[in-house]
Design a protein around this ligand. Structure first.
Ligand code: ADP
Length: 345
């Protein structure tokens, strides 16, 4: 187990492309950190630099108390779990899980004990003599986890491990991986483009955009207090409503509607989550519902506010059809952003 520290880590590929601008953050011992961002934002590059699979152009990386910039991947005391599982097709589950240990000349009896323990933890005991081709996607993912677990590493690195699974299995594996990490207490860095995985698994989320950190925070901080319009629209499904507004006379106005009190002057972007809006006959803001999206547990009402796309989340017991309604925006939940830079005010 270990803390991890990245100090001004930068990556410039040989073709001159700067995939990661100088980035710094620390990960506490036992913490589960998720790097999330759209395709191409540099999250795999960052993870691969931590793993030692990619050179670090500038900056210092330490795992535990040791600077590992020039330490071989095999000597960094890490275990990596990939999207494609990287299992050996000709080997049984037992051999796949124990392979890394055998390579390290671990005594056979110890390997068998560790493989058995990992298999038990991952519900793989009855599949130990099967080949990967005889397993489901979820079971293969568990074998890949097992191989990481038996190494007893200081750090787990996950590179989009669930992308190949269907939605139901992803949900199940999310819970399994998180529970396993909790149980083992191994410091973990997990890369995904899926904001649901980030929200549900992370102790802390790092949102990346174009090789830069947009925000570091707990899932609740990222969700409720996004640092930028980028984070506000990337995290959450549906995303936060972002509406062009005007600060005037101590109030924030959307058209002629005052949504909150704030001394800001001039153009701002008003952010409000779809569930922070109430509807009812006694509400003061008129709104026309164009489309009702039925989602079982709740409904999404889509329409326009001051000519701009706007979505309201209502509980399943609020039966609404397309047409005029009234709503209120919870002023305490409003987040204001600079209209030009997109940064939270
Ligand atoms: P992500 O994992 O967030 O999708 P990557 O870290 O894979 O993003 O890539 C970040 C950026 O670096 C992308 O624009 C990608 O095209 C570029 N990139 C990745 N590998 C190389 C390479 N070997 N040479 C040049 N550019 C690369």
């Amino acid at each position: 187990m270990a803390q991890v520290s990245l100090n001004n880590i930068r990556k410039v590929y040989p073709n001159g492309y700067e995939a990661v601008e100088p980035i710094s953050f620390n990960i506490a011992d036992g913490e589960f950190v998720v790097l999330v961002g759209p395709s191409g934002c540099g999250k795999s590059t960052l993870l691969r630099m931590v793993a030692g699979l990619e050179d670090i152009s500038e900056g210092a990386l330490s795992i535990g108390d040791r600077n590992v910039n020039h330490v071989d991947p095999a000597d960094r005391d890490i275990a990596m779990v990939f999207q494609n599982y990287a299992l050996y097709p000709h080997m049984t589950v037992r051999k796949n899980i124990g392979y890394g240990l055998k390579n390290r000349k671990t005594p056979t009896a110890d390997i068998e004990a560790k493989v058995q323990a990992a298999a038990k933890m991952l519900n793989l005991t009855e599949f130990l003599d099967r080949k990967p081709s005889q397993l489901s996607g979820g079971q293969r993912q568990r074998v890949a986890m097992g191989r990481a677990v038996v190494r007893d590493p200081a750090l787990f690195l996950f590179d989009e491990p669930l992308s190949n699974l269907d939605a139901k299995l992803r949900h199940q594996m999310r819970i399994e991986i998180k529970a396993l990490q909790r149980r083992l207490g191994v410091t973990s860095i997990y890369v995904t483009h899926d904001q649901v995985e980030a929200m549900t698994m992370a102790d802390r989320i790092i949102v990346l955009n174009a090789g830069r950190i947009e925000q570091i925070g707990t899932p609740a901080e990222i969700y409720h207090r996004p640092a930028s319009t980028f984070v506000a629209s990337f995290m959450g499904a549906p995303p936060m409503n972002l509406i062009n507004a005007q600060g005037r006379d101590g109030r924030v106005m959307v058209g002629e509607i005052a949504v909150t009190n704030n001394p800001v002057n001039g153009p701002v972007t008003m952010g409000i989550r779809p569930e922070d809006i109430n509807i009812g006959a006694d509400c003061e803001i008129p709104f026309t519902v164009d489309i009702v999206e039925e989602l079982g547990a709740h409904r999404l009402l889509h329409g326009k506010l001051d000519g701009q796309d706007f979505t309201i989340h209502v509980a399943k017991d609020r039966v609404v059809s397309a047409g005029p309604i009234h709503m209120t925006i919870n002023p305490a939940a409003v987040v204001l952003f600079d209209a030009e830079t997109g940064l939270a005010l």
